[in-house]
Design a protein around this ligand. Structure first.
Ligand code: ADP
Length: 161
């Protein structure tokens, strides 16, 4: 059985993330989407809110499970029996840091491989940071985040101005 972990901050989940989740769910038997805490970023949504937003957008994908973890990624992956870490690559700039992380994770846990899925060209420009910026200015978010969560992002951006 191939089990994958797709980690990220998902603050909030974007159409780019969802595209990677859908494709990973078609390749692997089970995909754990794991909300990780990045202490360098001040989040817009709490981790529970982020998990709920992801769960809402992935409801139709039966082999996707949404979780969160404070552990080191490879420790979390190992505990779930995962043999793959999935990462989305938008541009060469992502590759620099992601390849370093992949090598470190391989060193820590040689049985777990990192698999990179290239971002769909429609979403290469898209990041959660862009979404938060657009929301602040009241821009139309329909091309950026799943429609199920548009209102949540608008509401939250009003309260976090
Ligand atoms: P962000 O950079 O948007 O804050 P995250 O830390 O939540 O993103 O990213 C989690 C994973 O999703 C990373 O592997 C990242 O490269 C990937 N990712 C983010 N946005 C996209 C996108 N638009 N297309 C493909 N992959 C993406």
């Amino acid at each position: 059985m191939s089990i994958a972990v797709y980690p990220g901050s998902f603050d909030p989940i974007t159409l780019g993330h969802l595209n990677i989740i859908r494709r990973a769910a078609a390749i692997f038997d089970k995909v754990y989407v794991c909300v990780m805490i990045n202490s360098n970023k001040r989040p817009m949504f709490t981790r529970e809110e982020r998990m709920e937003l992801i769960a809402r957008c992935t409801r139709s994908l039966n082999n996707v499970v949404v979780e969160t973890s404070d552990d080191l990624l490879v420790q979390y992956a190992k505990a779930r029996g995962a043999n793959v870490i999935v990462k989305g690559l938008r541009a060469v700039s992502d590759f620099d840091s992601e390849s370093q992380m992949a090598l470190i994770n391989k060193k820590l846990e040689p049985m777990i491989d990192t698999v990179f899925l290239t971002s769909s060209e429609k979403y290469t420009y898209l990041s959660s940071t862009v979404v938060k910026e657009m929301a602040k200015y009241g821009a139309d978010l329909s091309g950026f985040v799943p429609r199920e969560i548009i209102q949540d992002v608008i509401d939250k951006s009003k309260t976090t101005l």
